[in-house]
Design a protein around this ligand. Structure first.
Ligand SMILES: O=C(O)CCC(=O)C(=O)O
Ligand SMILES: [Fe+2]
Length: 131
């Protein structure tokens, strides 16, 4: 699976059959996530990054597979309701913390997410550049 960030608020992942494959990118380097058996991996997604005005960063990740061993991963995406407006929460903003993302309806956000290629954090960065 190509590098991407999730459009969710939070994602919960369970590597069902003990086969690793999830990798996250930090400081330009890829790291394999070695989850404990039965543990949920909690990933911050784009919505939380935007709501928190960048304080929580949406993690760039990808999944790799083994040549001949099956890998099963279950994902649950926690998303806002369809008519929510996604933007930095007003109570977090002040003179020292100006909005870094343009606010938009969640449906508009999702259309943009799916029309951008899965390509790392690019679509999030493009939202920053629209301010
Ligand atoms: O395969 C995985 O563990 C991650 C899948 C994933 O990143 C996704 O479904 O968005
Ligand atoms: Fe993902």
């Amino acid at each position: 699976m190509s590098p991407h960030t999730d459009a969710a608020g939070l994602t919960l992942l369970l590597q069902v059959n003990g086969m690793p494959g999830l990798q996250i990118r930090k400081d330009g380097k890829w790291f394999t996530v070695n989850a404990l058996e039965g543990a949920l991996i909690v990933n911050v997604g784009d919505v939380l990054e935007i709501l928190s005005n960048g304080r929580y960063r949406s993690v760039e990740h990808r999944a790799v597979v083994h040549q001949n061993r099956e890998r099963i991963s279950a994902a649950v995406f926690h998303r806002p309701c369809q008519d929510a407006v996604i933007g930095p929460l007003p109570e977090l903003l002040n003179d020292n913390n100006k909005p870094r993302y343009r606010a938009m309806g969640y449906m508009e956000f999702m259309k943009r997410y799916y029309s951008a290629k899965l390509d790392g954090r690019n679509h999030l960065e493009s939202l920053r550049n629209e301010l």
